[in-house]
Design a protein around this ligand. Sequence first.
Ligand code: AMP
Ligand code: FE
Ligand code: FE
Ligand code: ZN
Length: 289
Amino acid sequence: MPEAPAVDGEADLHTHSTVSDGTEAPAELMRQAARAGLWGVALTDHDSTSGWAEAAAAVRDTGVALIPGMELSTREGYTSVHVLAYLIDPLDDALLEETARIRESRMTRAEEIVRRIGRDYPLSWDDVLAQTVEGTTIGRPHIADALVARGHVATRSAAFDGILHPRAGYAQPHYAPDPLTGVRLIRAAGGVPVLAHPGTRGAERVIPPERLAKLVDAGLFGLEVDHPENLEAAKPRLRALATRFGLRVTGSSDYHGTGKPNRLGECRTAPDVVEAIIAEGRGSAPELP
Ligand code: AMP
Ligand code: FE
Ligand code: FE
Ligand code: ZN
């Protein structure tokens, strides 16, 4: 075994590029990470690893380490649950099959949402495609951007608060496996699974211990406690759960470029936790400067 690399700075372990719903290309994201003074960054586009090569190619110039990752969509009933997947094998058959199915469903679901919105507001599928690049994992943010371009709303966030809010009746969910299946798939692909933003719905709606126990048994590594959208009231409960179940705690910005207010590096993960992730990841390797 080669010795694990020393991690001598903090990392932002949750970011998005134009491969999903971020607004910056992977290489630009790496340049911004250098300006933010980060030791490393994980690129975690939704249900896709296609930004890895471009980000890895920018490591030498930027001096920023890359932890290859993905944010896997899962669903528990009507609740969307995101699981960060670090250092997975990007060619793992089972994971590839599942992410292809999710992306396919994201596409048909987005077309259906656009059809419904189109009855009330001038909006076409081409308007949405104009907000993507080849192979983008499509989501509501791209529909939001199309609504902004059409002048129906001022910002992405305004679209989420209005036309794209479930209450408005246009949005509908896409296919996703349940979280337990997601965690198992990630471990089977050599990856390290971390529950993303588990406190956005407040302290009362943090995952119950008996459900978390099942994810831990399946190999869950950690909880993303420091996240701009986790509510403060939820954090003590999350830290207590981490201690009780022996989970590591990560901090990350969930940067989406100009698509969200989250600032790159505003939440960070400690070097010893990054080292532990690198030590457990078997499916791929970090790209170091
Ligand atoms: P979807 O992938 O279609 O389920 O849409 C969820 C994505 O929308 C999340 O990954 C966020 O990046 C984004 N999102 C959710 N709420 C907002 C918001 N208020 N403003 C901007 N982006 C948002
Ligand atoms: Fe997103
Ligand atoms: Fe997420
Ligand atoms: Zn995210």
